[in-house]
Design a protein around this ligand. Structure first.
Ligand SMILES: Nc1nc2c(ncn2[C@@H]2O[C@H](COP(=O)(O)OP(=O)(O)OP(=O)(O)O)[C@@H](O)[C@H]2O)c(=O)[nH]1
Ligand SMILES: [Mg+2]
Length: 222
């Protein structure tokens, strides 16, 4: 008797791609630049979002979707800045999926939003495999994680438009080889933009804001 094989991964990813395209069309309809921010737990996703909101809130209307396994800790920090935010709790899921984002979009004022940050679940294994409807993907690495992470988790770095190296203020205390890190990332992703920053001291953040503003301009000119 022949055995029917269902490749679950392909089914799930195919369905996710379709939902992500629908999210993207919906966001495009409102002219919203959407950034999917990925990193390991604690690399600085929320810190980057909070700093960036403070920097541009007077000129642009941001909104945020927070993805976490549990809690609304990060969403509360965003909400305290007076910015619309929806928290998704994945209840054990290790990445966001497009259908979760679709639901969150229902609860955001899309007509009054210019820029949407989606903070993915902290994880270096699989968030990159699930499109959400974003325009750009930003990966945050940080000095305490070590410079070898692109070797160990290559897909996350290969699939990103920009890689931020956060916590450069900790350089005196750590052996992080910037040249080796950059060489590995460029080997995986020749077009990537690499930006060393510190969300704590503000060093390098002007380059991040310039990258973001250029992405916003290119979205608005479409
Ligand atoms: N020294 C230093 N600490 C930082 C920097 N950026 C963030 N942190 C600290 O790192 C810790 C984690 O930062 P978060 O922004 O919460 O990281 P996250 O990626 O959002 O974490 P999860 O949502 O839990 O995955 C916090 O204690 C921050 O204050 C930085 O540039 N330098
Ligand atoms: Mg966070």
């Amino acid at each position: 008797m022949s055995v029917k094989v269902i490749t679950v991964g392909e089914d799930i990813l195919g369905a996710n791609e379709a939902k992500a395209r629908a999210n993207r069309q919906r966001l495009d309809g409102h002219g919203i630049l959407t950034i999917n921010i990925m990193s390991s737990p604690g690399a600085g996703k929320t810190s980057l979002i909070l700093n960036t909101i403070k920097y541009l809130k007077d000129r642009l209307r941001p909104a945020v979707i927070e993805g976490d396994v549990a809690s609304s800790v990060d969403a509360e920090k965003v909400s305290a800045l007076g910015v619309p935010v929806v928290q998704i709790n994945t209840a054990g899921g290790c990445h966001l999926e497009a259908n979760m984002v679709e639901k969150a979009l229902d609860d955001l004022p899309l007509g009054e939003t210019d820029l949407l940050f989606i903070e993915n679940v902290g994880n270096l294994i699989c968030p990159n495999a699930f499109a959400l409807g974003e325009d750009r993907r930003v990966m945050i690495a940080s000095l305490p994680e070590g410079d070898d992470k692109p070797h160990k988790y290559p897909a996350m770095f290969a699939d990103s438009d920009a890689v931020l190296i956060n916590k450069i203020d900790l350089q005196p205390y750590l052996d992080f080889d910037f040249d080796s890190f950059k060489k590995t990332v460029v080997g995986l992703n020749p077009d990537v933009v690499i930006l060393p920053v510190s969300c704590k001291t503000g060093e390098g953040m002007a380059d991040w804001y310039a990258w973001l503003e250029s992405a916003i301009k290119s979205k608005q000119s479409k």
